[in-house]
Design a protein around this ligand. Structure first.
Ligand code: MG
Length: 387
């Protein structure tokens, strides 16, 4: 049986808010679209993929979709869902006997759900995964902000439809042709129903959620539970007459780091660790010192901006550990304040930050007091701050 998978991401997903289309939001460092593509790409029964994107994203489609095991075409979608599916279906090869239509906004579909849909589609002609309605369902009148219950709807017959929806080629061909004329249909099975065709229901999966709102994105990030670690390193030459600044704390010292910035090695190493964990480049790329905005920026300010940038990508900082290597002066009297400032900047509890001082035992440039160095490690999670 030759199975083709169409992954539909034709919409802009404005309900999530923000400027990034919802299919491109990252969950644990991987976009919703890429996760949905990978789920289909990994399935043993599927032989080819077609990804439907909004027209303005097609040019960068291959990069957005990422590498795939299966042959994969990217095509432009239309105004309505059925228009996007029609465009995707037109790009499916002639060899396809069963066609799956999967919503790119469902990144957590499992191989088991895909298996069940394919099997039932072969038997019935059309099949959808669905889950029974668990909540009590009310029919209501809505007049402005006023909502009043009309009646309680028996839920025994109610099912929540998911994707992928599966069809024998001829069945989907008819639905797609009907869809060209029909009014807006929220799924392809609806078009099969309208044509009088049978649609089987197989067991869906409650984890196969659709990412529709900003809360869905947050929940999906929590569900994915990805952890990422990053490391950073910094070194500055020490010269007389410069302040020694660590996490914004000025430590009394005869020497301080040379450079046009404050040479805050705690913040610089930690910024690289955090950006590194998120795969978001490094301090030099994000804050080039050729740019007047960053040339003299305090290290604590750059660290705060890096924290905001990784948060925007859906990451939460779990903890950070920093080692400062400096021959003199002793840092221990200042460590409490250094840790506190780092914790404030990272938005974590003080015990999630460790800053340790070491000497280099008189060896090499750091040991001779000619330089200060720092190593940092940061751990990020996609699962948010809430337990
Ligand atoms: Mg530096």
């Amino acid at each position: 049986m030759y199975v083709a998978g169409i992954i539909v991401a034709g919409g802009r997903g404005t309900r999530v808010g923000g400027t990034v289309p919802k299919q491109l939001l990252e969950i644990g460092g991987v976009s919703v679209l890429r996760r949905s593509v990978m789920a289909c790409d990994a399935h043993a029964a599927i032989r080819e993929l077609v990804v439907v994107l909004p027209e303005d994203l097609v040019a960068e489609g291959a990069a957005l979709v990422g590498p795939t095991r299966l042959p994969c075409r990217v095509v432009a979608g239309g105004a309505r869902r059925q228009d996007s599916v029609r465009a995707g279906f037109a790009a499916v090869s002639d060899a396809a006997e069963v066609v799956l239509v999967h919503d790119a906004a469902r990144p957590f579909v499992t191989a088991d759900v895909i298996d069940r849909v394919i099997r039932a589609a072969v038997e019935t002609g059309a099949a959808i995964p669905a889950v029974p309605v668990a909540d009590t369902v009310k029919r209501a009148t809505v007049a402005g902000a006023e909502r009043t219950v009309l009646k309680t709807v028996p839920r025994e017959q109610l099912w929540l439809a998911q994707t992928p929806q599966g069809f024998l080629r001829a069945v989907l061909a008819r639905a797609v042709a009907d869809g060209a004329q029909a009014s807006e249909a929220t799924d392809e099975a609806r078009l099969v129903e309208l044509a009088g065709g049978a649609v089987a229901i197989v067991d869906g999966d409650r984890r196969n959620v659709k990412i529709t709102t900003a809360e869905d994105v947050e929940e999906a990030r929590r569900m994915s539970g990805v952890m990422r670690v990053g490391t950073g390193y910094d070194l500055h030459q020490l010269v007389g007459g410069r302040p020694l600044v660590l996490a914004g704390v000025v430590v009394p010292s005869a020497k301080g780091p040379l450079g046009h910035s404050d040479g805050d090695v705690v913040c610089h190493a930690l910024t690289d660790a955090i950006l590194g964990a998120a795969g978001a480049g490094d301090i030099g790329q994000m804050f080039p010192n050729t740019d007047a905005r960053w040339k003299d920026a305090p290290g604590l300010d750059l660290l705060g901006r890096a924290v905001a940038a990784v948060r925007e990508r859906g990451w939460t900082i779990v903890n950070a550990d920093v080692t400062v290597i400096l021959e003199t002066p002793k840092l221990s009297p200042h460590m409490f304040e250094i840790r506190r400032r780092v914790a404030d900047c990272l938005g974590v509890a003080a015990d999630a930050v460790s800053v340790k001082g070491k000497t280099n035992e008189g060896v090499d440039a750091v040991g001779r007091g000619e330089a200060i160095a720092s190593h940092a490690v940061a751990l990020l999670t996609s699962s948010g701050g809430r337990a």
